[in-house]
Write a protein that binds this ligand. Structure first.
Ligand code: PHB
Length: 400
C-alpha cells in the first residue's frame, strides 16, 4: 500500500503539478479488504488501480492524486462504514472508491448521500446497490448480468432441463441465484432446489451442500461463491464427490473461475462453464496488452483477474472525473461526468448507463480446458453491451 502512495506522489507527478496555478490535489479514499484471508482481493484491486495510474499519470496536466487506503477488513459492513465516515470527515476526501463486498458498499450509501461525496464502486455486485444513492456509479458488474445469461445458456445450449443453484448466503449470492433461476426458467428449465451455503467471511465445508445437490440428480449445478478463496474449495468438493462422473454439470458466474484461483483447481475444473465480463484469457489486443503490462509490473507468474480489472477501470473512471470536472469535485458533477462515459477496457468496451449509473458491458461464456499443464478459459460465446437485467425487469429493490 505504502509503495503506491509514494509512487502517486512521485517526482513526475509533483513536477507536473508545479506547472499550473490551479493544480488540485484530489484525495481519493480507497476502501477494500487489505488484511486477513481476503486480503488478496484488496491487493488485486490496488494493483489494477495502480497500473492504470502508472500508465496514465501524465494525463492529469498538473493535478495530482493522493490515494488514502483504508482496510474494510471483512464483508460485514460496519468497518467499511466507520472508515468511510473518517475519510469524509477527517481526511476530506473528494472521491471514495474500492468496495469489494456488497454489504460494505450498502453500508456507506447513506453516508455519501448525506455528505455529497461521489463513489466509484470497483467490485460490489448486488444489483440494487446503485439505487441506494444518487452518488454511486459502478464500473464492476452486477450479479444479474452473469446469472441471467448463464440461466438462459444452460437451458438453451447445455442441454440442462433441471438445475440447482447453490450460493453464498448474502446479498450478491441471493441475487446471483435469483438471476440464474429467472433466466433458466424463462428459457424452459426448472430450478429444483436453492441451497444457501454459509457466509462470505469463511470458506465452509461444501460437502453437505454438494451432496444434497448430487442426491437430487440435476442436469446442472449453478454455484456462486465470492472471489477470494472459496472457488477452489468448490471445485475440489465437486471433484471429490464424483459429481462430474454422475452427470451433474458445474456452471456459474466467472467468480468461480477467478483467474488468480484457476491454476490451483486441478483437473476437476475442466469442462466448467461460466458467464462473466472478464477473463485474463480474452483474446483481444487491448486485453493482451493489459495482461502483458500487468506481468511486467507485478511478475511473470502473476495474472490480473476481474477484481484487478475493476481496479484498473475504476481508476480510469476517476481519471475521467478529474479531467472533466473543473474546480471542486462534487457528487453531482462527478456523476454528470460519469453518466454515458465509455472506455476501451481490457474486458471490451464499457459504458456507464446514464439512467442507472451502472455498468454496461460484454458478458462472455467461457469453458475451462487444459493446455498442457495450464488450465485455460476458452471463449464459447459473447453477449454485447449487456445492461443490468434486474433493473430492466424491475425485480424487487431494483425497481425502486
Ligand atoms: C460482493 O460482495 O458483491 C461480491 C464479492 C465478490 C464477488 C462478487 C460479488 O466475486
Amino acid at each position: 500500500m505504502k509503495l503506491w502512495k509514494t509512487a502517486l506522489l512521485g517526482a513526475g507527478a509533483v513536477a507536473l503539478a508545479t506547472g499550473s496555478a490551479q493544480a488540485r490535489e484530489i484525495k481519493v479514499g480507497f476502501v477494500a479488504t487489505f488484511s486477513g484471508g481476503l486480503a488478496n482481493l484488496g491487493e488485486q484491486m490496488r494493483r489494477g488501480a495502480e497500473l492504470y495510474h502508472n500508465l496514465h499519470k501524465g494525463d492529469l496536466k498538473g493535478d495530482t492524486i493522493k490515494v488514502i487506503f483504508r482496510d474494510s477488513k471483512n464483508p460485514g459492513g460496519a468497518v467499511a462504514k466507520s472508515v468511510v465516515q473518517e475519510l469524509i470527515t477527517r481526511d476530506k476526501v473528494d472521491i471514495v472508491t474500492g468496495l469489494v463486498f456488497s454489504p460494505n458498499a450498502m453500508s456507506v450509501a447513506p453516508l455519501v448521500t448525506q455528505a455529497k461525496v461521489p463513489v466509484v464502486i470497483m467490485n460490489a455486485g448486488t444489483s440494487f446497490i446503485t439505487n441506494m444513492s444518487p452518488n454511486l456509479a459502478r464500473v464492476s458488474f452486477t450479479m444479474w448480468q452473469s446469472g441471467y445469461i448463464m440461466g438462459e445458456h444452460a437451458a438453451k445450449n447445455l442441454n440442462c432441463k433441471t438445475a440447482i443453484a447453490g450460493f453464498t448466503n448474502y446479498p450478491p449470492g441471493k441475487d446471483s441465484a435469483n438471476a440464474f433461476k429467472n433466466g433458466f426458467e424463462k428459457a424452459g428449465g426448472k430450478v429444483v432446489d436453492l441451497i444457501p451455503m454459509g457466509g462470505p467471511a469463511k470458506v465452509p465445508d461444501f460437502t453437505p451442500f454438494f451432496q444434497r445437490a448430487k442426491d437430487k440428480k440435476p442436469d446442472c449445478f449453478y454455484v456462486f461463491v465470492p472471489a477470494g478463496n472459496h472457488a477452489s474449495a468448490v471445485v475440489k468438493a465437486y471433484g471429490q464427490l464424483g459429481m462430474k462422473a454422475a452427470g451433474v454439470k458445474l456452471i456459474g458466474p466467472g467468480d468461480i473461475t477467478q483467474d488468480t484461483q484457476l491454476q490451483g483447481m486441478g483437473d476437476a475444473a475442466v469442462g466448467l462453464v461460466t458467464a462473466h465480463h472478464y477473463y485474463a484469457d480474452l483474446n483481444t489486443p487491448t486485453n493482451k496488452a493489459f495482461v502483458a503490462a500487468w506481468k511486467k509490473a507485478y511478475g511473470a507468474d502473476t495474472t490480473p483477474d476481474f477484481v484487478g480489472v475493476g481496479g484498473y477501470d475504476g481508476m480510469a473512471a476517476i481519471y475521467h472525473v478529474i479531467k472533466s470536472v473543473k474546480g471542486k469535485i462534487t457528487a453531482e458533477k462527478a456523476m454528470a461526468a460519469l453518466k454515458g462515459w465509455t472506455f476501451e477496457s481490457p474486458r471490451g468496451k464499457i459504458m456507464i448507463d446514464p439512467a442507472t449509473r451502472d455498468i454496461v458491458q460484454n458478458v462472455y461464456i467461457m469453458e475451462v480446458g487444459m493446455d498442457g499443464k495450464r488450465l485455460v478459459q476458452n471463449q464459447k460465446g459473447v453477449f454485447n453491451a449487456v445492461k443490468d437485467k434486474c433493473k430492466e425487469l424491475k425485480i424487487g429493490r431494483c425497481g425502486k
